[in-house]
Design a protein around this ligand. Structure first.
Ligand SMILES: Nc1ncnc2c1ncn2[C@@H]1O[C@H](COP(=O)(O)OP(=O)(O)OP(=O)(O)O)[C@@H](O)[C@H]1O
Ligand SMILES: [Mg+2]
Length: 362
C-alpha cells in the first residue's frame, strides 16, 4: 500500500513475493492471471513447483538473497505448468523490510526480435507433417511409374535426347528422397530409452561427419569426463547430433569452420512441462559453430517443418531433431549471432535401475 493507492494490486506485471524457503508468500493480481490461479490457492506453495524456468535459477536466487543484491535474467522461457512457456525477462530483488524475502517480476517478452527460442513440436507442425505424409505416400507410386517409363524410353533415344530422360530420372530421385525424409518423420518410433554414454554418441557423429559432409570442418571435443549416462535412444540421438553437425557444416560452406562439441552437467536444470509434470534435465550438450548464424527471417521458426534458409533444403532436419528431443522428454534451445551459433540439448539422466543393464558404464 502506498500513500496514494494500492500499488501491489495495480502493478500490471506478474509479481511474486518469495519467502526464505523459496515458497510463495504472495502474488499480485497480474500473477493470478499468469498462473490462472488465485493468490489464496498459491500462497505457501513451493515456487519451483509452480513456475517452470528453463534456466538454473535456484542457486542464483539463493546467492542474490544471501548477498542482498538484485538479479536480472533475460530471455528465459517461463511456464506455469498449464501452457507452453513464454519467453520472459525476470527481475528479482530483495524485499526491503522483510528479511530473506525476494520479489520477482515476470515480464513476458515480445516475440519480435527474439534471438533465443525453445521449442516443442507444435500441433500445427504436426498436422503439416500428417498432410505431407499422406501426399508422400500418394506421390511415390505414380512417380515410380514416371521414372520407369523414362528409363524405358531412354533405351531407344539418340544420345542428345538422353539428357532429357536422365533429367526426369534424376529429378524423380530427388523427389523420392524428399518423400522418404517426410515418411521417416512420420515413421519415427518412440525412443527406445536406455542408459547411453552421450560422449560415444558425439564421437560416432563426429567421425561420420568428418568422413562425409563435414570433411572441411574442424570438430573439437570439449567433454566433461565425469558426465553421467543419459537416458535416451542412442540411434535417435545420433541422428540428432548428425543433423546439427550437418547444418553447422552447411552454414560454414566450402571455406569450412570450427564446431565445438561441449558437454557439461547442470544439476539444477529443471523443466516443468505443460501437463504439470516436472523433469530434471541435468545433461547439457552444446553444438557450437562459428558460422554466419541463423538467417534473420526464419530464426523464430527453424524448428518448424519445411522452414529452410537453403535453396535445396527441405527444412525437415531441425523439425526431426526437435521431435526426437521432445519424445525424450528433453529440451532444445538455440542462440545465434554471426560467428557463434549454439544449439543446446538438455537431457535426463539415466535412472539408477537402468544402469545395471548398461555395459557402457564405467
Ligand atoms: N548452425 C546453423 N547456422 C546457421 N543456420 C542454421 C544452422 N542450423 C540451421 N540453420 C538454418 O535453419 C534452417 C533449417 O534447418 P533444417 O535442418 O531444419 O533444414 P535444412 O537444413 O534447410 O534442410 P534439411 O535438414 O531437411 O536438409 C536451415 O536451412 C538454415 O538456414
Ligand atoms: Mg538441415
Amino acid at each position: 500500500m502506498t500513500a496514494v493507492g494500492d500499488l501491489w494490486a495495480s502493478l500490471p506485471v506478474p509479481t511474486i513475493v518469495i519467502g526464505p524457503g523459496d515458497e510463495i508468500v504472495d502474488i499480485n493480481s497480474a500473477a493470478e492471471g499468469f498462473f490462472n490461479a488465485s493468490a489464496k490457492s498459491m500462497i505457501g506453495l513451493p515456487l519451483w513447483d509452480q513456475l517452470a524456468v528453463d534456466a538454473p535459477l535456484e542457486d542464483s536466487l539463493a546467492r542474490a538473497r544471501k548477498n542482498g543484491t538484485p538479479l536480472f535474467v533475460n530471455d528465459v522461457d517461463v511456464g506455469n505448468g498449464q501452457r507452453p512457456p513464454l519467453q520472459c525477462a525476470l527481475q528479482i530483488a530483495p524485499l526491503q523490510g522483510a528479511a530473506d524475502h525476494m520479489v520477482m517480476m515476470i515480464s513476458p517478452r515480445e516475440l519480435a526480435g527474439r534471438m533465443t527460442q525453445n521449442h516443442s513440436v507444435k500441433s500445427a507442425a504436426k498436422s503439416a507433417i500428417g498432410m505431407a505424409e499422406m501426399l508422400a505416400h500418394e506421390i511415390k507410386n505414380p512417380l515410380a511409374g514416371i521414372t520407369g517409363a523414362a528409363q524405358l524410353l531412354s533405351m531407344n533415344l539418340k544420345p542428345e535426347d538422353l539428357e532429357l530422360t536422365d533429367l526426369i530420372v534424376e529429378e524423380g530421385r530427388r523427389i523420392v528422397k524428399l518423400l522418404e525424409q517426410v515418411e521417416q518423420f512420420g515413421n519415427l518410433s518412440p525412443p527406445d530409452l536406455q542408459a547411453v554414454n552421450i560422449h560415444d554418441v558425439l564421437d560416432r557423429a563426429r567421425r561420420s561427419a568428418l568422413l562425409g559432409f563435414g570433411a572441411s570442418m574442424t570438430i573439437i571435443e570439449d567433454y566433461d569426463p565425469s558426465l553421467p549416462l543419459a537416458f535416451g535412444d542412442p540411434d535417435q540421438l545420433l541422428q540428432v547430433v548428425l543433423n546439427l553437425l550437418k547444418n553447422a557444416s552447411e552454414a560454414a560452406g566450402n571455406a569450412g569452420g570450427t564446431i565445438r562439441l561441449h558437454s557439461y552437467f547442470e544439476h539444477s536444470f529443471r523443466l516443468r512441462r505443460a501437463d504439470g509434470s516436472g523433469q530434471s534435465l541435468p545433461l547439457q550438450i552444446e553444438i557450437i559453430d562459428d558460422g554466419p548464424g541463423l538467417p534473420d527471417g526464419i530464426a523464430a521458426d527453424i524448428f518448424d517443418p519445411f522452414v529452410s534458409g537453403k535453396e535445396n533444403g527441405t527444412g525437415l532436419g531441425l523439425a526431426l531433431v526437435s521431435k526426437i528431443i521432445s519424445d525424450h522428454g528433453g529440451w532444445i534451445s538455440v542462440t545465434s549471432v554471426p560467428g557463434r551459433t549454439v544449439f543446446r540439448l538438455s537431457l535426463p539422466r539415466a535412472p539408477k535401475s537402468t544402469l545395471l543393464a548398461s555395459n557402457s558404464e564405467d
